[in-house]
Design a protein. Structure first.
Length: 299
């Protein structure tokens, strides 16, 4: 079997020079996987800042011109803007270009790619790196953001094997643990382990801050509260789009959570200590087992 050629890209066309896109560009540069990065963001000041920081080498005046001549394109925009971005770049992407995204939902992104890219949809490999920070913006870009993290690829039936192989090799070269699943399986899983926890954290903070004594309550909070509510500080516009785009799976998971919460409420209301302890033990055991079988914490 022939040894594959070393992975090296001539040009990354970066659409979205924020935390995720900027960190990807820096990681590629650190690993020596790209010669130059041409970037575009909706905000000219963001693009300029990215160039000043060395995240990108060239500022592009449009998304279309950012992908001109690129053999690798990363779409790092809010999921709701994905379809418009595909429409903006489709005329200058080549048949050998590798296009990826970093969105937290996949079915809506895949549907957008099918509608817009049409016969070229095979060059698109949907990707979801399981990483991030509460602080957004290119100022927080980090070349090690992806190192040691999981990346979920969700190819479809028309995804080209050559592009999927390049995507696997690229993320692996950045130190990631790459997995594959269908877009549907991805969205169902992450509704449970990512999107629902964010929704609960948002609701908890709103529930507390909506009370007259909120300031006093929060002044007494300790490390447990801090850790539990950390994700409530996430970017509102990003999470608005994520929760809305995965609404069906998220609502289904919310129903499961409400039933579990009701079971606890019922035991507490009835003063049923045995039932309450049993429910807590079930959760404690499951959490302890998960910690033992998990190698890297996820965001």
């Amino acid at each position: 079997m022939a040894t594959p050629a070393p992975l090296k890209f001539e040009q990354l066309g970066l659409i979205g020079c924020g935390l995720m896109g900027g960190s990807f560009a820096l990681a590629l540069k650190k690993a020596g996987l790209v010669k130059r990065v041409v970037g575009y963001s909706k905000s000219p000041s963001t693009t300029e800042r990215a160039r000043q920081m060395g995240v990108i080498d060239i500022e592009a005046p449009s998304a279309l011109l950012a992908v001109s001549g690129a053999d690798l394109v990363l779409v790092a925009v809010p999921v709701a803007a994905t379809e418009a971005t595909f429409k903006a770049i489709r005329h200058l992407v080549g048949n050998d270009t590798l296009i990826m995204d970093v969105g937290s939902t996949k079915r809506d992104v895949v549907d957008a790619a099918r509608r817009v890219l049409k016969d070229q949809v095979g060059i698109f490999v949907p990707a979801h790196p399981i990483t991030g920070k509460e602080l957004s913006g290119v100022e927080h870009a980090d070349p090690d953001l992806y190192a040691g993290r999981q990346v979920i690829l969700t190819p479809i039936e028309r995804t080209l094997s050559a592009q999927l192989d390049k995507a696997n090799r690229l993320w692996t070269a950045l130190g990631c643990q790459v997995q594959q699943m269908s877009p549907e399986a991805h969205d169902a899983a992450y509704a449970a382990v990512s999107h629902l926890p964010h929704m609960i954290a948002f609701a908890l903070m709103n529930g507390i801050t909506g009370q007259a004594d909120a300031k006093d309550f929060l002044s007494l909070a300790g490390p447990g509260f801090r850790d539990f509510t950390r994700i409530a500080a996430s970017d509102p516009s990003v999470w608005r789009d994520i929760l809305a785009s995965n609404r069906e799976e998220l609502i289904a998971q919310s129903r499961h959570f409400q039933r579990a919460l009701h079971a606890l409420e019922t035991a507490i209301s009835a003063g049923n200590a045995d039932a309450l302890e049993s429910l807590i033990e079930r959760a404690s055991s499951a959490r302890s087992h998960w910690r033992m079988s998990t190698h890297k914490p996820q965001s």
